[in-house]
Design a protein around this ligand. Sequence first.
Ligand code: 5AD
Ligand code: FES
Length: 349
Amino acid sequence: MTVYKDRIDTIRQQQNIDRDTLAWLLETQEEEVLSYLKDSAREVADAVYGKQVFIRGLIEFTNYCRNDCYYCGIRRSNPDCDRYRLSQEEILSCCREGYELGFRTFVLQGGEDGYYTDDRICELVSKIKELYPDCAVTLSIGEKSFASYQAFFDAGADRYLLRHETADEAHYRKLHPKELSLSKRKQCLWDLKEIGYQVGCGFMVGSPGQTVDTLYEDLQFILELQPHMVGIGPFIPQKDTPFGTEQAGTMDQTLRLLSIIRLLHPHVLLPATTALGTIHPLGRERGILAGANVVMPNLSPVAVRDKYKLYDNKICTGDEAAECRHCMAGRMKNIGYEVVVARGDYSLM
Ligand code: 5AD
Ligand code: FES
């Protein structure tokens, strides 16, 4: 057995990685190492989830945000962001369309928008659960108090996505204004877990200031938190933000990290993100082949899609939900995978 295989097999067996091994896997240019990494990760994903890919219907329901993250196009101090919010009726009509297209998870994502009070979110979640009791509802609406998270959960929310963005203090401060803190962010994730949500954390690949060391901390945090989901995608500059002229992250680094995360955390729900599809026409397919097992096509009304501009050149902004749904089924079929009509919960099997 060659040494590189041993090293990768060890990550898989021990579900752990040391800093030097991470540096090696992020930097090596040896094709056989990269293909062994990718194939090992895919083997692990196949063993847990088979040849199935879960779909989530993403509803970007508001781009108002009280935060000012330096990387994000919907930050409050971007005057060029054309603001919108969907009404409850509009969101429910996205769900109706999504349900007919076979979606059994709805992801409600938005900025931290004061209009959407806890009461309004609870009402929305309970209506969706009442109309579609066989569906999971995922919220992705940022940092809230324990009591708010508890109220959403009691209203029926099943899952919550809150990327930690980086687990390194200094890096966190480089990406965010001072009113945001890593400790608060981590506390939110622990609160969500304690309440009983299926929880997702994650980060951007290639964000300004990211290094092997910050990534090492990200992986250690993932091992500690044991989230049910991990969302990663390349950083892509948005021209109206302070990071508008920074370098984008690459597909290559994103794929390596997807594979490493799959080896470290075999059962994790791991999306091949829209950002990955944005930097390369086959990014999402390659993401699945590198160990991802979830895709999240957009269910938002076409009229608002290009306004939810976290980053530039986002794909699918002109496509109807049905087009994305069928496009995705075709893309997955092309690489030997099948999109399934199922809630797609975290599997312990
Ligand atoms: N490029 C890539 N991803 C971004 N996000 C925000 N801005 C960008 C960007 N410029 C990601 C963040 C956030 C998620 C909803 O989108 O990680 O948590
Ligand atoms: Fe939207 Fe392909 S997934 S058009």
